[in-house]
Design a binder for this molecule. Structure first.
Ligand code: NAP
Length: 500
């Protein structure tokens, strides 16, 4: 039998690395981090499309305990995020725990040995006292099920599998999708394409992007006086928090806050697009916040250029030469870009089969009942399991707020377990139910329930029609609960197996 690691962590992105840092801080040194890609960084390793940049101010989109004074722009380009991930892995000595190209197929709780048995695609098995899944929300690319797509004779590229060898210069490019990814990519494609056709099914709210280079003097100040960068972080976090809490979560009581966000996007559209017909096509018919809005100063102007068309007629099929819409019109293409996003609810949640105590199959249980994880991290009957990408886990807008809240939860939970000389924790079913009831009540005030989201096609909503991705509380409240949750919400026990 293979050794039993302290923890098997699945995913070497910022979530998995945060969990590894926390476990190391608590003295768990035998960690195995399994990553299906060939390097660390998660999203920032996988996504390499032209125009990729973070859409949260960089001072905020980083670990608070590892500020990076070197961001070149207010919204750093993707390559800097990947470099930051590499830096963190090196500084915190994480790389030697990582195994790349390791595709996990399933995990099962072994009650007799009080450990998780993790099966990999290569047939091997790894064991861990704890199982941490950090597999991301946006990690299973969605391929559109459009008839004939496999017949297309030109180049097809999904944004998560960007291929620099595909020639774009001077070619006829079609792009399907107008989500946050497409909004970053379209201006880049517009710069080089002979002709660009943008296939939009649902328009997105786009607000102005207050971006720019961070002057050397400011970077110097951030490096020399970290307090200055902390102040910048606090400002960024406060703005995002107000947008999220007032504009989205308290929609019922503060509709004017939501209206401010909506008006800012509408003004931006009006300023940048003079043609009323084009403007109408780009105007969302759902409330602001139902799906994630984005920022760009170059998206709308690109759509006004003479060699760029916005196509809103439904795609009927793809053939060898291009795309045919339901009105019989066709666009001949050389390159087809799929900016079609991610499959969250069918292939994720969880990303692979996870079976806990008494045969509880997490994916089946969530689907047959309701999606919930206590405080967005633990699940009844799944002992010693920490699920970082859970229902109600995403708190605020910067993913790092979520990660650090979960690190705080881990510290309190595992500390309490040790204080009791125990080595197994499990959240109580009643605590999970009470948490779900509370989140459900809070969601009632949010734009997701109180607003008009029916036409948004937002990935925030699951197959039950519930918007359970985001935690409907402030980040301050999420963090407070992570450090103060009632310890009695958990049951602790001592396994019969001596810990090696
Ligand atoms: P997305 O928001 O899910 O957008 C996918 C797009 O593809 C939508 O416009 C969707 O239309 C369209 N689509 C999917 N299947 C289609 C089909 N069969 N026919 C026609 N259209 C189809 O995905 P994304 O743009 O990749 O963004 C996902 C998330 O990633 C963002 O919300 C954001 O959180 C994150 N992101 C972050 C950054 C950053 O920080 N730098 C950058 C990019 C993305 P419908 O809306 O009609 O379904």
């Amino acid at each position: 039998m293979s050794q039993i690691h302290d923890a098997v962590i699945v995913g070497a992105g910022f979530g998995g690395m945060g969990a590894a840092i926390q476990l190391r801080r608590m003295g768990y040194d035998d960690l195995l981090v399994l990553e299906r890609e060939d390097d660390l960084g998660g999203t920032w390793h996988v996504n390499r499309y032209p125009g990729l940049a973070v859409d949260i101010p960089s001072a905020t989109y980083s670990y608070s305990f590892e500020p990076n004074p070197h961001w070149s722009r207010l919204f750093a380009p993707g390559a800097e995020l990947k470099a930051y991930a590499t830096h963190v892995a090196e500084k915190y000595d994480l790389r030697h725990h990582m195994r790349f190209g390791a595709v996990v197929e399933g995990a099962e709780w072994d009650e007799a040995r009080s450990c998780w048995e993790v099966r990999l695609a290569d047939g091997s098995v790894e064991r861990g006292r704890f199982l941490v899944t950090a597999t991301g929300f946006l990690s299973q690319p969605r391929m559109p099920d459009i008839p004939g797509i496999e017949d297309f004779a030109g180049d097809v590229v999904h944004t998560t599998r960007w291929d620099d060898d595909v020639e774009l210069e001077g070619r006829r490019i079609g792009i399907i999708g107008t989500g946050a990814t497409a909004v970053q990519l379209i201006p880049e494609l517009g710069r080089v394409a002979r002709h660009l056709t943008v296939y939009q099914r649902t328009p997105i709210y786009v607000s102005p992007k207050i971006d720019g280079k961070v002057p050397g003097a400011v970077r110097g100040a951030f490096a020399k006086v970290p307090l200055t960068q902390r102040a910048a972080r606090l400002t960024g976090t406060a703005i995002l928090e107000v947008m999220m809490v007032a504009g989205v979560l308290h929609f019922r009581n503060l509709p004017w806050a939501n209206a401010i966000g909506k008006a800012a996007c509408e003004r931006h559209l009006k300023r940048q697009v003079k043609d009323p017909e084009l403007r109408a096509k780009l105007t969302p018919d759902y409330d602001f916040g139902c799906k994630r809005p984005t920022f760009s100063n170059t998206y709308y102007p690109t759509l006004t250029r003479p060699h760029v068309d916005l196509e809103t007629t439904t795609i009927d099929h793809v053939d060898e030469a291009g795309i045919v819409t339901t009105d019989g019109r066709r666009a001949d293409l050389d390159v087809l870009v799929l900016a079609t996003g991610f499959n969250l609810w069918d292939e994720n949640f969880p990303a692979f089969r996870i079976v806990g105590r008494d045969g509880r199959d997490l994916g089946r249980w969530w689907r047959d009942n309701r999606f919930c994880a206590y405080e967005g991290i633990t699940v009844p009957k799944l002992p010693n399991f920490l699920s970082l990408n859970s229902p109600y886990s995403y708190s605020g807008l910067s993913y790092f707020t979520t990660i650090e809240t979960q690190m705080a939860h881990m510290e309190r939970l595992l500390g309490a377990m040790r204080d009791r000389d125990a080595d197994v924790f499990e959240v109580r079913e009643e605590a999970n139910d009470a948490f779900l009831d509370r989140m459900t009540d809070l969601l009632g005030n949010s734009v997701f329930n109180a607003g008009s989201c029916a036409t948004a096609r937002s990935y925030y909503f699951n197959q039950h029609g519930e918007a359970v991705l985001l935690r409907p509380t402030s980040t301050i409240s999420a963090h407070r609960e992570a450090v103060r949750f009632p310890i009695d919400d958990y049951e602790f026990r001592t396994s019969k197996v001596p810990v090696a």
